[in-house]
Design a protein around this ligand. Sequence first.
Ligand SMILES: Cc1cc2nc3c(=O)[nH]c(=O)nc-3n(C[C@H](O)[C@H](O)[C@H](O)COP(=O)(O)O)c2cc1C
Length: 174
Amino acid sequence: MDFEQLIKSRHSTRRFLDTPLTEQQQQLFHQCLSYVPSGNNKRPTEIIEVTDPQIICELKACKNAGTLALSTAPMVYVIIGDKDKSDVWVENASILSSYLMLAAEYSKLSSCWIQIHQRKDQDNNDSEERVREVLSIPKNYGILCLIAVGVPDDILSSQCDQEFKLKIHHNKMK
Ligand SMILES: Cc1cc2nc3c(=O)[nH]c(=O)nc-3n(C[C@H](O)[C@H](O)[C@H](O)COP(=O)(O)O)c2cc1C
């Protein structure tokens, strides 16, 4: 798959087949993620791989909406950033998340980003604090998102509006 094809074929999947990721797929992700750039090369981003269905179910309860992908995902990557290492942990974690989604697409898998940072559960509790509790994540780590990954059980092409025109400014905005 060439780069353009890879970018154009990626889309968010919210329903997965009950097929675990292979060791080979997981190894490829680990390799790709070690090449992710970070501010000042601080490398503050870490991942937690969750495959236990009970824990995935607990993660689903940490957010009030947009968690459908967690109902069937065989693998959930929890993307966390060490705030003691970097004040731009969100940016660093976002880049790693993007690499992960593209690596999934390259591996004939699909993915869905589930936002956690700045989100709430159904009782208005902070989603980050809920996830922290479920996974015993120390206080100095921010929790950006969950990336659900698996074999897609849908035939959706990208929901991105093909007619969408990116606003591009030249030299100055006006
Ligand atoms: C920062 C960010 C937050 C997102 N949060 C959620 C989410 O909580 N739940 C969800 O199902 N999808 C989430 N998405 C996926 C978007 O809804 C999706 O990327 C967008 O609708 C475009 O569709 P596509 O990914 O199929 O191209 C998020 C994506 C991004 C980049």
